[in-house]
Design a protein around this ligand. Structure first.
Ligand code: SF4
Length: 756
């Protein structure tokens, strides 16, 4: 059979590398990095190679499944939708839309169809009970930047290729490949900082792979990043090093910051953080003196009790050192598809609102339309008006990825009805009554909307599907539109093509009403006709690109971007290095960078109150990432799980010796939420007093259909994390710094279900 070369942007992590696939018929025979890709320049990691395994995985579901009393049965699409209609609509009629909850998993952001049409479905469903992986991940950063700059994805990106100083906290980009920082081949980019005479500093409770490749590493006690960062801010004021330059006139609240920082001298926080005051002062001086510098905090700074403060303070430091919006500092992308910070009046906007509704049981405020994932169990369990009685779980595995997974698993079993949109029968979808499978990533087109706005260069790339989808199988966006029709009263056999047209026309009409749009005042029907014959996500992408900041504006700028131009450039179009965007990028009502928003200022009191204690000598649990893993969903490929078991408890040898534990012993790890057992791996890379267990494992349930993952089950670290413990500002779960006790297990654990 003839070989062909196909290109595809990798959807498996945030780096969005261009892949070059060799295919023979319907089979992938080789995967390598696309050397001509304008953005990723040939980089690939082992996960990218494994995309062929996901495509060919015999465990991947290819037809809908219905669960009956005697187990799972394959079904036709019509049968599956008839079942949903029969069982869901009576619940909605009886209890209202509140009775339906939705959980959106991380892969839904990596799938263009789900990213666009998922929002359409949520609007049609109209439930306030929306949850997602955001609140077990980056919500604190989104809250912080929304307050500062006015929109939730205006996240300043370290200008890696031009910076002279990078401080990394709670992140391990050498294995994560970057997060909220889309930078393929990030290891090489970090090396180049040092090669050009710059400096790389890592602050982390573990001497990670990235720390080992740095100039300087400091252990930090989990959960104290905000204390440390405030001590940097304190030093900048104390030693007269704060030089915001042009940013002073663009910022509100500088004096408030100076006052707030008084409490957090390096000497006051040193013991709490485990970093000497002299080192903190020196690092602050280095940040101030560097020709350009950026502070990058990620998962460890978000998933902790002061997550929003620890996500806000790097931006405060960027302002105080003049590094925000400066070449080599922390800069904002200008995404070609035209997100919120490129729309409307430049430099001002409605800003950020939260708390438009609250969770029923815990009274947690809504943020960006969603509630904390940690509240999901109680919203299902607690009787009364508004109780969740049915769920949609879209490309997510919250039993493994949200706190106290055992409680959630039990709660899901009490639902009257649950639908999972998932390619696997996994630890969460096993609780569903109907599973609607998605396609292989190689059967979908792709334009990365989320990560193109977090990228180190402005770039636009589009992948058409590598393979045609199987006959009769809908695209995910068609499935979601059919569900949209169903919950809107149009029935299970609704006309999805007509719905798609309505969605598109609606989008066009809204855009024509924006004074600053390239198509302001234009006839919506004419624009709609100009997009023909495209439909689905491709039509939406074409529209967004044409009305975006580089777009051709439907005739306004013939040189501008269209999807057709991207299709003609299969290795992507580079739109240039990041350029300063202040003040036009701001969407705050004041037109300023709101450096000291009230709700953040109030929370600084809680931070100050925490200065006193350091716990009671318990061990603190943190997670970790591996290059060959991505959350819960990369464990069913032999290529990625072979070799030495990775789900081990990393411990400092001194801590282990004090507890009488030796290498390879089975440890019982206990928190308020539960107990798990894992083999001990001794390493001086762990800070004394801190232990680490990776997340995403625990593939032990008896009825999952993940044959490879089951043989490498590991344990679910989220049986230990505590659903009661949140960063109150963002609702983000605290997954880092969990107090645990560790002891030798009485006997090796029998294989058992994660949750019965
Ligand atoms: S780094 Fe991420 S995007 Fe690049 S090949 Fe690996 S998984 Fe894919």
């Amino acid at each position: 059979m003839a070989q062909e070369t196909k290109l595809r942007i990798c959807p498996l992590c945030e780096a969005t590398c261009g892949l070059e696939l060799t295919v023979e018929g319907r089979r992938v025979t080789a995967v390598r990095g696309d050397a001509q890709d304008t953005f990723s320049e040939g980089y690939i990691c082992p996960k990218g190679v494994a995309i062929q395994d996901i495509d060919s995985d015999p465990d991947r579901l290819r037809t809908p499944m219905i669960r009956r009393a005697d187990g799972w049965h394959p079904a036709t699409w019509d049968e599956a939708f008839a079942e949903i209609e029969k069982r869901l609509l009576p619940i909605m009629e009886r209890d209202g839309r509140h009775a339906v909850g939705v959980y959106l998993g991380n892969p839904s952001v990596h799938n263009t169809g789900l990213a666009i049409y998922g929002q359409v479905f949520l609007r049609a469903l109209g439930t306030p009970n929306v949850f997602s992986a955001t609140t077990v991940d980056q919500m604190p950063k989104q809250v912080a930047v929304a307050a500062l700059f006015g929109t939730g994805l205006s996240i300043p990106i370290p200008d890696l290729d031009r910076t002279q100083y990078l401080m990394i906290l709670g992140a391990n980009p050498l294995v994560s490949n970057g997060s909220l920082l889309t930078a393929p081949n990030i290891g090489e980019r970090l090396k180049r900082i040092r090669a050009r005479g710059g400096k790389l500093v890592v602050i982390d409770p573990r001497k990670t792979e990235t720390a080992r490749a740095s100039d300087e590493h400091h252990f930090i006690r989990p959960g104290t990043d905000a204390h440390f960062l405030f001590a940097i801010v304190h030093t900048l004021f104390d030693e007269n090093l704060a030089k915001p330059g042009r940013l002073a006139a663009l910022s509100a609240g500088l004096d408030d910051i100076r006052a707030l920082a008084k409490t957090f001298s390096p000497e006051a926080v040193a013991e709490k953080c485990g970093i000497a005051a002299a080192d903190i002062r020196r690092l602050a001086r280095e940040l101030a003196a560097a020709p350009s510098a950026a502070v990058y905090g990620r998962i460890g700074t978000c998933t902790q009790e002061f997550g929003t403060l620890a996500s806000w303070l790097p931006e405060v430091i960027h302002v105080l050192t003049g590094n925000l919006d400066r070449v080599g500092g922390a800069m904002l992308t200008r995404p070609a598809y035209g997100p919120g910070n490129t729309k409307g009046a430049p430099g001002t906007g409605r800003g950020f609102r939260m708390g438009r509704h609250k969770s029923r049981v815990r009274n947690s405020p809504e943020i960006f339309g969603e509630l904390p994932a940690a509240c999901l169990s109680e919203e299902i369990e607690t009787a009364g008006p508004g109780q969740i009685r049915a769920m949609f779980c879209v490309a997510g595995n919250p039993v493994l990825s949200t706190p106290n997974g055992a409680r959630l698993a039990k709660a899901l079993d009490t639902l009257e009805f649950m639908v999972s949109l998932d390619v696997y029968l996994n630890e969460t979808s096993r609780h569903a009554h109907v599973i609607l499978p998605g396609l292989s990533p190689l059967e979908n087109c792709h334009y990365d909307m989320a990560f193109s706005q977090l990228a180190i260069r402005n770039a636009a790339r589009f992948s058409p599907p590598v393979f045609a989808k199987p006959a009769g199988a809908p695209y995910e966006w068609e499935t979601v539109l059919r569900l949209t029709g169903l919950v809107s009263g149009a029935g299970a056999k609704c006309d999805t093509a007509m719905l798609d047209d309505m969605v598109m026309l609606n989008l066009i009409e809204r855009e024509t009403k924006l004074e600053t749009s390239a198509i302001a005042g234009r006839d919506a029907q004419q624009i709609f006709a100009a997009l023909a014959p495209r439909r689905g996500p491709e039509r939406s992408i074409d529209f967004m690109l044409r009305t975006g900041p580089f777009g051709e504006g439907f005739g306004k700028d013939p040189q501008g971007l269209t999807l057709a131009k991207l299709e003609a450039a299969p290795h992507g179009i580079d739109l240039g290095a990041l350029e300063p965007r202040l003040p036009e990028v701001l969407r705050t009502p004041s037109g300023k960078i709101e450096l000291a928003p009230d709700f953040i200022v109030q929370d600084v009191r809680r931070l100050a109150a925490s200065l006193g204690g350091n716990g009671h000598g318990e061990l603190l649990l943190v997670g970790r990432r591996h290059l060959r893993s991505c959350n819960t969903w990369m464990h069913n490929t032999t290529r990625l799980v072979s070799g030495k078991p990775r789900c081990t408890l990393l411990m400092n040898p001194a801590d282990a010796a004090a507890l009488g534990l030796a290498e390879a012993d089975t440890a019982a790890i206990t928190s308020r939420a539960g107990t798990v057992q894992a083999p001990v791996e001794l390493t001086a890379e762990m800070m004394p007093g801190v232990v680490s267990l990776p997340h995403g494992w625990g593939h032990e349930a008896p009825d999952i259909r993940l044959s490879v993952a089951r043989d490498h089950a590991g344990v679910n670290s989220n049986l230990l994390t505590d659903e009661h413990h949140l960063d109150p500002l963002s609702g983000n779960a605290v997954l880092c710094g969990i107090p645990v006790t560790v002891k030798r297990a009485a006997k090796a654990r029998e294989r058992e279900a994660v949750a019965k």
